[in-house]
Design a protein around this ligand. Sequence first.
Ligand SMILES: Nc1ncnc2c1ncn2[C@@H]1O[C@H](COP(=O)(O)OP(=O)(O)OP(=O)(O)O)[C@@H](O)[C@H]1O
Length: 352
Amino acid sequence: MSISVTGVSRRFGNTTALHPLSLEIAKGEMVGLLGPSGSGKTTLLRIIAGLETPNSGSIHFGDRDVTHVHVRKRRVGFVFQHYALFRHMSVFENVAFGLRARPSSERLSNAEIHDRVHHLLERVRLEALAKRLPAQLSGGQQQRVALARALAVEPEVLLLDEPFGALDAKVRLELRRWLRHLHEEFNFTSVFVTHDQEEALELSDRVVVMSNGRIEQIDTPQTLYRAPANRFVFSFLGETNRFAGEYREGRLHRDQAWIQLDKAGAPTSEVLLRPHELILTTAPDARAHLPVTVDAVSPVGSDVRIELTADWMDTPWLASITHHDFDRLRPERGGAFFVIPARWHQFAPENA
Ligand SMILES: Nc1ncnc2c1ncn2[C@@H]1O[C@H](COP(=O)(O)OP(=O)(O)OP(=O)(O)O)[C@@H](O)[C@H]1O
């Protein structure tokens, strides 16, 4: 089921939660709504769900105009951050609930309900826990029940609001992979809200980046990361180092520090750099003169993260180098190095 959002806006008193915006979601697509707190993600999701009415615009599911259709008649499945499982019902009964609540003309037989619920519980690897009550499950298990319950009624659209927000990092990662698999198996169209960049980039076919009630960019994770539309998207999608200075003949200067920019490029007073785009060296070269001091070293994970300070910086920089380079350079707190930018990014001031 495709979803079309056309010219949708929403105000709450004096607050404009959504400026008029449009969005096309293809059948079977998984789309993440990503943005800082207050950017309008939940409002947009709730309008798609039918839990909130827009002040203008329309929502279509396929050819069907659902703008004024009640939430119960939209055939959407929901999963929210705070598992709304029925506490007095077993896992099995929670998943079966939507099937039993159907009007009698559409209701499945007990045997059919039994089969479907067991199939779903098997898919979420909770079959052994079918008789337990929600209170006897971990948070991650409860959220898997919530997903199974949402999928039991075979919704064409699944909407998720920060579904893994309350879980610890490792469980989140597991559930993400698992949601992706279910999505491929059941082929529903899904929209989920998150403020976690990694989650959005890992799960989504396309990501909608929002700020202040507007859509900043809609693209595949790869395009978003490689070709951000503006400074906001670039900064929001990952850690950012900033070099601000005065442009003179192809170079950006700040005190004794400078970066050589493309001579053919537009003059700018600011460039942004990702941590993995910084090369740490013991001597400057023709590309840059950026003396730095090591402030902290964290050799945890696949790369080594190094905090750098210098008088010419507004805020400390973060470099991310390979363990191989770390072993070669042996940077320690207080050590003096130079940074060479392998790449940098500049954005037009109107996008700042
Ligand atoms: N029921 C409401 N009454 C008044 N203002 C609201 C209401 N719901 C949302 N807002 C306002 O609308 C704006 C967008 O809120 P929304 O919840 O959609 O943002 P969000 O991006 O989902 O944020 P978060 O990540 O914090 O949930 C905010 O300024 C919020 O305060």
